[in-house]
Design a binder for this molecule. Sequence first.
Ligand SMILES: O=C(O)CCC(=O)C(=O)O
Ligand SMILES: [Fe+2]
Length: 460
Amino acid sequence: ESGGPGAAPQDTHSECANWAKRGECDEREAQRVRGALQSEEQQALAAARALACAGAAEPSEGAVREAAEACRQRCGPHEDCLGQCERLAPRELHALLRRCAPWPLLSSEAVSAGLHVVCLVPAEACEDVGSHAVVFRNGRVAERPQVRGETRGKLYQDSGFFTPGGERLLQLSSLLKEPTLLMFEGGQWVWPTVRLGHTTELPGLRSPGEVTHIRTVSLTPAVFEIDNFLLPDESEHIMQRVRHTIQKSPVAMKDADQAKAKAAKDFRTSSQEFLPTSGDDILAAVDERVQMLTRIPITHAEHIQVLRYNQMEHYSAHHDFFDPADYANNKNICIMNMIQNGATNRMATVFFYLTNVTRGGETNFPRAGGLPQPHDFFDCSRGYSSWPMANKVIIFYSMLPDGSMDKNSLHGGCDVLEGQKWSANFWLWNKPGRGLVGAIGDPGRLEVKYAEKPPGRPEL
Ligand SMILES: O=C(O)CCC(=O)C(=O)O
Ligand SMILES: [Fe+2]
């Protein structure tokens, strides 16, 4: 029988001792788990969260011992089981680790809350302990991952399962075919940072033979740089479309700032314009590529927001997410309604650099590397800075893989010291179709099918 959500299954059947005596214990347990796995997707997820032979990134002796101990606990009082566990666990664990190879996907330097690598064990490999899933988390024995918003309530997304390449898997049959799965408690794909300087190669973004390089430049927050993501014509086109209409930027006022009657120019002195994709083939192609790059559906996107900074213009350090704590009393804009008290929010920004800048204009992350909150939100000397280069984009995540806000994602646009900076925000939410900012969920936008979407399911 299985316990509450996430609990390791326990063998409490009254007949079990007799089965064990007759040597049937293992087979019955194996049958039970196999049956559960076959019944439906929900069961597969339950199996995937059952932690049994927990392991470590590189199977040290200690890890193997710990895994054997975990097996022993799962086995219960049946001596037959126990004997098998001790004999088989280390060997099976090693075999499993070799096959599943989770360590290329995990960082030993930074903990990514809510990202788990799940290795599904075929029934034959681990029958003795009835175990079908091993979860690795940042190279350490896994804690129990949260599944399906168990403790966070209905408004939160269910956990999402993906292939290591970022393809969402929704059907049990596909789930069971993958030796290695990534599971995100927040329900959406976040590129694993792995380590500073790591490059993920993404093939086929523009044409079949081409490879896009996603370079990890910060672990906390997760920031990636991608050179030449945009075509020069695309950058030019984006600027041309707004050249005559772009206007000074407002900012969404927080309670505290409204009380102090701060003017928008204190924070942000650039100009901006939201740019709908509808009817624009060039933007549709950009949409498609951003979606492929982030593995986040375009239905989660706001309109592109084009920014222009003249000399000495800037945007002081801020978060792109809306922190419910900041807007609790804000009656002018329905941000609180939009963000469902924090369950719905901006999760990632793909930031476009449309031009080179002669001097300055960098995007600064003052808390990169886990630095404390700065006192001066205009100070660009701390943390990590990404420098403008025409056609380069960065991806940074405002949410951790578990779907919570990453306060380390604080960032700002530094003074343009010489020249002019054109750039653009491509904001992606953790859910489709919500939000008032920049008309998210524009029905005219092209959708690209790259993830499983069985008919009749709600969109993820
Ligand atoms: O201009 C930059 O580099 C950053 C701008 C930004 O963070 C924003 O517009 O939200
Ligand atoms: Fe921002």
